[in-house]
Structures are given as structure tokens and as C-alpha cells.
Write a protein that binds this ligand. Structure first.
Ligand code: AMP
Length: 115
């Protein structure tokens, strides 16, 4: 159920990660190089490379991930002050791991536009 990326290895528990949430469809763990006091990655267990690769068949898992992000943000105490959710797509989008992931970042003021 997981592809050959570093995130696939985390799903299969072949490398360690600080997991904060897991269910049948998705996994959430702390980013190893945090860009904010709270920086969590939320990924589907299904190995979709990026948002550019999703199809209508992925509607349920994508909706589930967004609702999960909201729940994790609540649990992490981010909701009152606000937070940012980002997914990078492809080379110019700044994507480095080609397993779809949503960055959940909070705990500091965010800048716009991002770099
Ligand atoms: P992106 O550049 O959007 O593809 O984001 C990939 C993210 O994965 C970066 O923020 C990395 O710091 C993070 N990352 C890479 N390897 C690991 C790992 N083993 N555990 C947790 N986060 C990781």
C-alpha cells in the first residue's frame, strides 16, 4: 500500500518517525526539519506522487486528509491563532519527496508570499 519513497518507508516502519496520528487511510508525523514550532506532514497511505496525480477516485481520501489536518491542528492547539497548510507540487513547486503530503505548520506568524 506504500511506494518506494522515504515516506513509504515511514508507513512500513522501516525508518523511524514521530507519528502523531494514524488510521487506515493516512499517517501524520513530525517533519524532520521543522520550519515552524509545529510542523507535521499528513500523507495518504496510498502512494500518490503529488496533487498533480490525483483523480476523482481519490476524492474520499483527500477529503479525509483535510478533515484529519483540521483535527490535528485542534489537538496541537493551533486553531485559535491560525496555521498554514501547504502541498508542494513538482520541481518548481519545491517538492522533494514524491509521495503526496500536506505540510501543517503553526506556532509562529507566517509570511506571504512564501519564498
Ligand atoms: P517537500 O519539499 O514539500 O517535498 O517536503 C518534504 C518534507 O519532508 C521536508 O519538509 C522534509 O524536511 C521532510 N522529510 C524528509 N525526510 C523526512 C523524514 N525521514 N522524516 C520526517 N520528515 C522528513
Amino acid at each position: 500500500m506504500s511506494g518506494d519513497t522515504i515516506f513509504g518507508k515511514i508507513i512500513r516502519r522501516e525508518i523511524p518517525a514521530t507519528i502523531v496520528y494514524e488510521d487506515d487511510l493516512c499517517l501524520a508525523f513530525r517533519d524532520i526539519v521543522p520550519q515552524a514550532p509545529t510542523h507535521i506532514l499528513v500523507i495518504p497511505k496510498q502512494p500518490i506522487p503529488s496533487l498533480a496525480d490525483v483523480t476523482a477516485e481519490d476524492k474520499a481520501v483527500l477529503g479525509h486528509i483535510l478533515i484529519t489536518i483540521k483535527q490535528i491542528a485542534d489537538q496541537e492547539g493551533l486553531t485559535e491563532k491560525g496555521y498554514r497548510v501547504v502541498t508542494n507540487i513538482g520541481e518548481e513547486g519545491g517538492q522533494t519527496v514524491f509521495h503526496l503530503h500536506f505540510h501543517l505548520m503553526g506556532g509562529r506568524g507566517m509570511h506571504w508570499p512564501p519564498g
